[in-house]
Write a protein that binds this ligand. Structure first.
Ligand code: AKB
Length: 316
C-alpha cells in the first residue's frame, strides 16, 4: 500500500491519530512528522518520524522523495486562542502550510485530509443545529483560515481533481495529549484539576454551550471519511461532525458524580469567552451521517466515565 503522512503529529490529535493509523495499516506505512520533537516516545519508536516544517516546500519534497506517500493528514495548525495573540503566525502556518500541502497533493497525486472546526462559524451563523451549508463569517483569524482552507480544499478538488476531504471538529477531549491554545481546552483541563486538586477555575461562563467530541470518535471520523466511497460524497470540505454538547456547569455536575467534593469557580477570560459566544452550541451533522455513515459512540456521561478512569490511572 501507499504510505500515510501525518503533519503536526506531536499535537493533540496527531499523537493519537498516528498510533491509530499504525494499528490499522501497519507501523512502517505511517510517517509521523512535526517541527517539534515528540515527548511521547511511542510516536518515535513505533514507526518512522521525520522533522518537517510545513512552511518549507523543500522539506516537503524531501519527504515525498524519501517515501511513497499516498495520503496526508495535514494537522499542523495554530488554534483559536493562540491565533488571536499571534494572528500573523496563525495565517502563515494555517494557510501557507495548507497551500504547500495542496500543491504537493496536486503534484504527487495525494489524498489530503484537512481538519476544519466549529471555529469556521461566527455570530451570524444559526447556533442551534448549525446547518452543513450556512453563513460562515467568523470573527477570529483561526476561523478565517478555516473558512479559506475549506474553500481552497474544495477548489483543488474541483480544479485539479485532488481528493481533499475534511470535517469541522467540535472541541476535542482526550486523556493522552493536552490541547494547546484553544478555546475549548477547559473541557480537558477540568479533568486534570478535578483529579489533582478537586477544584477547577473555568475561563468560560458557567452557561456557555459548546459542541464537543471524545477523541476515539474523532479518530474514527477522520479514518472513516478518508476510507469513504467518493461516489457518495456530495460535500467534501468540510463535514459537520457532532457528538455531545454541554456547558461548564453541566460538565462539572457530571464530574462531581466521580470526584466527591469537586468544586468549580469562574474567572472569565474575555477573549476566549467572546470566541466561544460566537461558535455553535451544536452542529447538525446529518450530511456526514447520510454521505459516509458517521455515528458517534460517546455521549457526555460515557466520555466523563472513560476520562476519569484513564486519567486517574495515568496521573497515579
Ligand atoms: C479551539 O478551541 O481552537 C479548537 C477548535 C474547536 O477548533 N479546539
Amino acid at each position: 500500500m501507499k504510505q500515510i503522512l501525518v503533519t503536526g503529529a506531536v499535537g493533540q490529535i496527531g499523537s493519537e491519530l498516528v498510533l491509530a493509523l499504525r494499528n490499522r495499516y501497519g507501523a512502517s506505512n505511517v510517517i509521523a512528522s512535526d517541527i517539534r520533537v515528540p515527548e511521547n516516545g511511542e510516536l518515535k519508536t513505533s514507526g518512522p518520524f521525520e522533522t518537517l516544517d510545513v512552511l518549507d516546500p523543500n522539506s516537503i519534497t524531501r519527504i515525498m522523495q524519501l517515501y511513497d506517500i499516498g495520503t496526508v493528514y495535514h494537522l499542523a495548525a495554530v488554534l483559536s486562542a493562540i491565533g488571536e495573540s499571534r494572528p500573523s503566525v496563525a495565517w502563515q502556518i494555517n494557510m501557507n502550510g495548507l497551500y504547500n500541502f495542496l500543491e504537493a497533493a496536486r503534484q504527487y497525486h495525494l489524498a489530503l485530509f484537512f481538519p476544519s472546526s466549529i471555529g469556521a462559524f461566527g455570530k451570524s451563523t444559526p447556533q442551534d443545529g448549525t446547518p452543513q451549508d450556512t453563513i460562515q463569517r467568523p470573527d477570529t483569524i483561526y476561523g478565517v483560515t478555516k473558512v479559506a482552507g475549506e474553500l481552497l480544499c474544495d477548489y483543488y478538488h474541483k480544479r485539479f481533481k485532488v481528493d481533499t476531504r475534511g470535517v469541522r471538529f467540535p472541541g476535542l477531549i482526550s486523556h493522552v495529549a493536552e490541547p494547546g491554545g484553544g478555546t475549548t481546552d477547559y473541557a480537558v483541563s477540568i479533568f486534570y484539576d478535578a483529579i489533582k486538586h478537586k477544584k477547577f477555575t473555568c475561563y468560560l461562563k458557567s452557561d456557555t454551550y459548546l459542541d464537543m467530541m471524545y477523541m476515539p470518535d474523532a479518530l474514527r471520523a477522520m479514518i472513516e471519511l478518508m476510507e469513504a466511497d467518493p461516489a457518495k460524497l456530495i460535500h467534501r470540505n468540510s463535514f459537520n461532525v457532532s457528538a455531545m454538547h454541554f456547558t461548564p456547569e453541566q460538565l462539572s455536575a457530571e464530574i462531581k458524580k466521580h470526584v466527591r467534593g469537586f468544586e468549580i469557580d469562574y474567572d472569565i477570560d474575555p477573549v476566549r469567552q467572546a470566541i466561544a459566544d460566537s461558535w455553535p452550541n451544536y452542529m447538525d451533522d446529518s450530511c456526514a451521517r447520510k454521505e459516509w455513515g458517521w455515528k458517534p459512540e460517546y455521549d457526555m456521561p460515557r466520555m466523563v466515565k472513560d476520562m476519569m478512569e484513564k486519567l486517574t490511572a495515568k496521573l497515579q
